[in-house]
Design a protein around this ligand. Sequence first.
Ligand code: HEC
Ligand code: HEC
Ligand code: HEC
Ligand code: HEC
Ligand code: HEC
Ligand code: HEC
Ligand code: HEC
Ligand code: HEC
Ligand code: HEC
Ligand code: HEC
Length: 373
Amino acid sequence: MEVTWDTCYLCHFMGTKSGRELKPVAGCLGCHELPKKSFMIGNITYNHKAFVTQKGVSCQNCHLNVIQGSGEATQDRCYTCHNQPEKLAKFSDTAFIHENHVTKHNVACFHCHKEMKHGFTEANHQTPHESLPLDCSKCHLEMHQVQAAFYAGKAGGRKEAMPSPMYLANVDCVGCHLHSQTGRTHSEKTYKATEAGCIKCHGEKYRGIVADSKQLIAETLQELEENLALAQTALAIKEKESGKAPLKEARKNLAQAAEKMTLIKEAHAVHNIYLAAGLLRESDQEIARAGKKLDASLQDLSERPLISGGFCATLCHSKVGVKVPPVTVRHQGKSMPHLEHTQLLSCTACHDFGRHKSVKFKGDAVCRTCHAP
Ligand code: HEC
Ligand code: HEC
Ligand code: HEC
Ligand code: HEC
Ligand code: HEC
Ligand code: HEC
Ligand code: HEC
Ligand code: HEC
Ligand code: HEC
Ligand code: HEC
């Protein structure tokens, strides 16, 4: 087997994380002696011993970028030698793959693995540093993941994703985030989103929708928060009265509601109003359930437009000129004067609102409250 330094790095560095979490197999000092000589950095003398031995500073604090490349083995590499499906199916059995290539057939590591290098790069070998590689992800982890997941509809612990129609149409974040704004120092820039983006793509009739939605969301959240606080107080009192009575279910309901509400705020509901409305409805239901178990008297919010689903009509459809509901619909083979019924009852008496453009009929029980069966 050919052994090059690169081979050593594959075993010692691959999968041991990178950046500040880097912990190579056998540690840095498994291979290196602590450099004894002093370095002149500008006009100061630097010696490893003072920092590493005496102060216990770890190597990664100064040598964060000594590994280049990830070294992973990807399936496309296999195709350079085979394409039989039964062979490719063995891909995930790493021990078998190594045994049958490295041990038995002397296949070199880098036929399968991507390159991995170790040591100073051109950029960080200058003494002193001329450029500091400013890798944002060394400090800002999971930045904006919450907005991205919300936009894609994969947030809030739902079984079925409820993506924004624009996510489905491939509208990128920058499609809306158009407005350049100075950051915290004059040279920094950020691109914020305003309704200008909506209007650019959808036309003038969308003017005002962002502001209206933000206001409606804020109001609804505020009312839910008041109910949540009332229920939490009721819970605290109940628990005090009955010793440490475990009102587990009620506590769980409230915790879940609180979590969903925080998510809506952090993700900015405008990224997916349909998902936000769904989560607001679920929060309301959780709080109401807890309220019942606790005999707390809460405000009934179920008819609030974002919670009931009525927001479609009030927030957008009237403005944009969408004509729902239909004047008549066919129901069980008969024509039903739909519009007349919407003047008698709210939409949610008969429908559940799910994702956009999905209006499910709840069932005939409601008809029997007025019509003989
Ligand atoms: C197939 C994987 C693999 C390869 C290739 C490999 N190593 Fe290792 N090496 C290991 C493992 C595993 C250990 C054991 C770490 C432990 O026990 O803590 C180790 C330990 C070491 C140690 C530390 C021994 C000690 O007593 O702490 C040194 C030094 C070392 N390797 C150097 C090298 C060098 C140099 C190369 C390349 C010529 C190399 N290794 C290639 C897997 C590998
Ligand atoms: C498997 C053994 C091994 C381990 C583990 C290892 N190194 Fe190295 N390191 C080497 C080898 C081999 C070289 C290259 C020497 C050469 O090219 O002359 C090197 C080069 C370097 C260099 C560049 C030196 C120069 O003069 O250009 C630095 C800095 C360095 N290593 C730091 C580290 C740090 C920090 C760690 C721990 C995160 C670490 N190494 C872990 C084997 C290792
Ligand atoms: C406080 C910062 C700091 C820490 C901590 C540190 N180093 Fe260094 N290291 C330096 C500087 C500065 C140099 C010289 C840089 C240059 O040549 O560009 C250097 C150079 C090196 C070199 C190259 C030596 C040579 O002869 O060129 C190696 C290898 C190295 N360090 C390994 C380590 C290891 C291993 C550790 C942890 C045990 C460590 N360093 C901890 C700052 C640090
Ligand atoms: C550099 C060429 C090369 C690459 C790249 C390569 N293989 Fe192979 N593979 C071979 C050789 C040589 C053999 C042994 C002769 C044979 O069975 O065809 C083999 C054998 C196999 C076998 C049969 C083992 C047995 O004896 O039952 C499987 C399975 C296999 N390879 C899967 C893979 C997979 C999966 C990949 C990608 C991770 C891969 N190979 C990448 C060259 C390669
Ligand atoms: C025929 C393809 C192939 C060859 C040749 C090969 N590997 Fe791998 N190796 C893989 C695959 C596939 C994986 C699993 C996928 C991944 O982790 O990226 C893997 C995983 C690894 C891992 C991760 C730890 C583990 O066991 O999951 C190390 C370390 C590794 N290989 C080292 C080596 C070294 C060192 C050599 C050369 C001596 C080598 N490999 C040669 C295909 C190969
Ligand atoms: C060494 C760690 C570190 C690195 C590397 C880093 N940042 Fe920061 N950044 C911070 C800290 C700490 C703050 C202040 C956070 C606070 O005030 O809550 C911050 C704040 C910010 C803010 C303002 C956030 C806010 O909420 O006001 C932005 C934007 C930002 N960084 C972007 C970047 C970008 C882009 C990069 C890469 C070019 C980067 N950062 C690299 C640590 C880092
Ligand atoms: C459909 C248009 C649209 C898309 C697509 C979009 N955003 Fe936004 N984004 C907005 C609006 C509108 C705001 C709210 C600004 C406000 O609250 O006044 C906003 C606010 C934000 C904020 C909060 C910062 C602030 O200005 O208060 C972040 C962070 C953010 N978006 C990130 C993203 C990311 C990441 C993506 C892609 C995954 C994305 N956005 C996609 C329209 C959009
Ligand atoms: C880059 C262009 C673009 C931007 C910017 C944009 N949209 Fe969209 N929007 C689309 C596309 C494409 C669709 C899906 C196809 C369609 O429905 O016409 C869509 C669908 C929609 C829908 C579903 C309507 C329907 O008929 O199915 C709504 C509601 C919507 N967008 C609101 C907004 C709001 C509010 C903003 C600003 C915060 C905005 N859009 C910004 C392109 C955009
Ligand atoms: C009295 C009950 C009732 C009320 C109130 C009601 N609907 Fe319906 N709606 C129906 C029935 C029944 C259907 C036929 C669907 C079926 O049979 O599956 C229907 C169908 C629909 C359809 C689908 C039409 C189609 O072509 O597929 C839409 C959209 C709709 N309703 C929207 C609304 C809206 C918006 C409101 C409130 C403004 C509303 N409905 C109020 C009973 C009602
Ligand atoms: C709030 C009471 C109410 C509910 C609930 C209600 N309706 Fe009606 N419905 C009416 C009234 C009032 C009329 C108008 C009677 C008239 O003009 O003769 C009517 C008329 C109708 C008609 C046309 C007249 C007829 O009897 O042929 C149909 C069909 C009908 N409803 C079907 C339904 C269906 C299906 C549902 C359940 C999805 C439903 N209604 C729920 C009050 C209700």
